[in-house]
Design a protein around this ligand. Structure first.
Ligand SMILES: [Zn+2]
Length: 331
């Protein structure tokens, strides 16, 4: 699907409570294109990419740059190199976080903040280091056309999770001040056509969260991040988002603590119950064995069903009907 003259999006359906609906891989340029992100290491992600390339004349992925190291963005870096012969571009902060996920070193290029990637035909995305969602988050900005690729720093249909709130706020501010910004291509969800409003909205959303958390704590005595989350977030919050929401509350608390506005009463960690861990491990092993057996039976059935096509249906007929011509073939 075309986003602008030089940008196409491959929206890949994906199941996750964290974001709605799709994981986006972008193809930038024409002919030998730059892919932004590589999707998740699942067959249907690879099929979608392959299918899209096959359906688009004379398009090959020459370079693949990722927005951050998370598995749903970096999952196919080895695969794009091995099967599509693409080189892989990673920001220097991402390298230590991608152990075992990268193709051989000769196929990897390390990106610096502000570096311009020249992909030909005058399309020149710039690398912008925008930590916050993760320590290695980057955006790519094509200033001529005002197209910004944000990965998970800004999502199409929902707010994102934040690891370091102070950095995240700075990153949003920097992005909101980009000259000529006209469209945001997020890592998940729909294309954003009102980018500046969305960035300012997110900054305001965080400021509002600050106020809510402070108001909740005001005069309340010590509270855990979970208890604060249960008060601050709407009652109809998807239950699967409670832990991510608590982590978000935690980032606000961390920032307040850094600013000297909070004291923390340290928690105490539960000691691991060795016997329970052992039981869980054994159970998982037993389940894996059953799953393997089931897969084997499934494969055997499929093979048997195919084999059955090779011979007459003797199970149904002891003597199948036979056919004989009445008279002669030529009258
Ligand atoms: Zn992510």
């Amino acid at each position: 699907m075309q986003v602008t003259a030089n940008v196409r999006v491959v929206p890949i359906p994906s199941e996750s409570a964290m974001h709605t609906g799709v994981t986006n891989v972008y193809l930038v340029g024409s002919g030998q294109v730059l892919a932004i992100d590589s999707g998740e290491a699942l067959d249907h992600h690879k099929w979608m990419l392959r299918g899209y390339l096959a359906a688009t004349e004379q398009t090959e992925i020459a370079l693949t740059a990722i927005t951050h190291h998370h598995f749903d963005h970096s999952g196919n870096l080895k695969w794009v190199h091995e099967f599509l012969h693409s080189d892989v571009l990673v920001h220097e902060r991402g390298i230590p976080l991608l152990k075992g996920k990268l193709p051989p070193p000769e196929a990897v290029r390390i990106l610096q903040d502000n570096e311009v990637i020249d992909i030909g035909n005058g399309v020149r995305p710039r690398v912008l280091f925008t930590p916050g969602h993760s320590v290695d988050s980057v955006c790519y900005y094509v200033e001529d056309t005002g197209v910004l690729f944000t990965g998970d720093t800004l999502l199409g249909n929902s707010t994102t999770t934040v690891q370091d709130l102070a950095s995240y706020r700075q990153s949003l501010k920097m992005l909101s001040e980009l000259p000529n910004l006209t469209v945001i291509c997020p890592g998940h969800g729909q294309i954003v056509r009102d980018p500046r409003e969305r960035l300012l909205g997110l900054m305001e959303h965080r400021a509002q969260r600050d106020r809510q958390i402070l108001a909740t704590l005001d005069g309340a005595g010590p509270m855990s991040a979970w208890d604060i989350m249960m008060k601050v977030y709407p009652e109809n919050l998807d239950k699967r988002l409670r832990r991510p929401a608590t982590r978000n509350v935690q980032t606000h608390l961390d920032q307040f603590k850094q600013e000297g506005r909070l004291t923390e009463v340290p928690g105490s960690r539960r000691k691991p119950n060795e016997a329970k861990l052992k039981r869980e491990k054994e159970l998982a092993k037993a389940q894996d064995k059953v799953l393997r057996q089931a897969k084997k039976i499934e494969a055997e059935r499929a093979t048997a069903a195919l084999r059955a096509q090779e011979a007459p249906t003797t199970a149904d007929w002891s003597r199948p009907p036979t056919y004989e011509l009445i008279g002669r073939a030529k009258d």
